[in-house]
Design a protein around this ligand. Sequence first.
Ligand code: HEC
Length: 106
Amino acid sequence: MKNVLTALVLLFAATSISAAGSLEGKGPIGELEFKEYCAGCHPNGGNRRNPKKPLGKKSLEGGDIKTVQGIVAKIRNPGPGMTRFDKEAISDKEATEIAEYILKTF
Ligand code: HEC
């Protein structure tokens, strides 16, 4: 029983440390990772493969994508012509930072 409690306390401590880390890295990581994984098809928030679906607010809202969660869902389960990225390729934390970058930039 004691071991379980210790494990929980350690887990909690580790989670809070990584949460603090993600706050620190916010802007730059989202931008860097966008450039690494997305900009090949979405240069400057456009869309080379399907010009009707760029990353600007109007187009996103037309597809009912209004939140960070909506963009993360698209990364995990994209439409035709877009690469699918699972958690191995882009972690939830990274996907969230990329989504925040998109919402505030395009
Ligand atoms: C291989 C090219 C390619 C890559 C790489 C790619 N996308 Fe896309 N993306 C597309 C295409 C094509 C569509 C349109 C798909 C559709 O019809 O739903 C799209 C659509 C989207 C949309 C919805 C746009 C809208 O107006 O409805 C979002 C959000 C998006 N991509 C985000 C990303 C993010 C974030 C990344 C990087 C993690 C990424 N994409 C990487 C090709 C790509």
